[in-house]
Design a protein around this ligand. Sequence first.
Ligand SMILES: Cc1ncc(COP(=O)(O)O)c(C=O)c1O
Length: 365
Amino acid sequence: MLPRKAILNVKPYQPGKPIEEVKRELGLQDVIKMASNENPLGPSPKAVAAIRKYLGNINRYPEGGCFYLRQAVAKRLKIKPEQLIFGNGSDELIELTLKAFVNEGDDVVVASPTFLMYEVASTAHGAKIKVVPMRYFKYDLKAMKDAINKNTKAVFIANPDNPNGTYVARHELEDFLKGLPGETIVFLDEAYFEFVEEQDYPNGLDYLGKNNIIVTRTFSKVYGLAGLRVGYGVSSPEIIKYMEAVRDPFNVNSLGQIGAIAALKDKEFLSKSKKAARDGKKFLYSELKAMGVRYVPSVTNFILIELGPESCEVTEKLLKKGVIVRNMKAWGLENFIRVTVGKESENKRFIRELKEVFNDYSLAS
Ligand SMILES: Cc1ncc(COP(=O)(O)O)c(C=O)c1O
């Protein structure tokens, strides 16, 4: 049995290890996960309460068009409801964009290293992928623009980026958008939008209408609902109409919709989550600096940390101590790990265990 040719080239995405699996495999009681950029504070309490209330209705199919969630998000963002599409996580919007606009053999431009799903999904789709290296952990938008021609159907930009944690500034985005071919979709992934506090960080929604931009956001990160899988895309009604045509009718489950509506109103949780990321980064930066460890300053809820050639081994050693972080091998960043900012106690434990691992190395040498 042979799959479609394109599938043979796919390197499947490896998600971070779940806590329960690590506990079972290693016989550990107390495991913390700082590996998948999730919200360490848990889900929005308002979302949990709304979901509890709704549980008796899950015999019904979900609202296929996310009617109430659509109204709530449209009102919040001051856009028309028909400018929105919802996905089973913002991941699904990558798929829907490819399905709606990219023919097999069309060019797609991605950066490297970045969120791996752009390349995984585009490869599976049979697109021809042009990879443009990052420069100093930032998008080289000039090189990306040079890589785009009239055959380029989509370009993927995560702003801010994962795993780098850096962002494209307003003037950089504006220069990039100027004079792009009309047929190119700019997929502007703002999964970490709410965490960014920099003055020159652009809001992708300000650029809708000027180019073929699809801005995506998610309830997985700052709202703490990663397990429910709800994300959305914003674009022109015309682009959304084509994406809707290739969407499964019930792609967003009912608990996800109920939870997302409630989370949107949970202003207290939102500011607590942002504060946890801000304070956590401050603590981790100062500890890493004191240890002489280099990192890439981040505007998100995770940090790319340089540990040198032993970084994969360090990840394994931390795992055995019950701290799950991400090695960056799959991204080609062999000397780095990515650590999600945790709760205060988790950040302290990560630093404590990292110091112990370093200590073991110095004792061994
Ligand atoms: C840049 C980026 N985009 C999209 C996603 C997918 O998020 P979700 O599908 O949970 O909305 C992630 C998840 O880590 C991400 O880092």
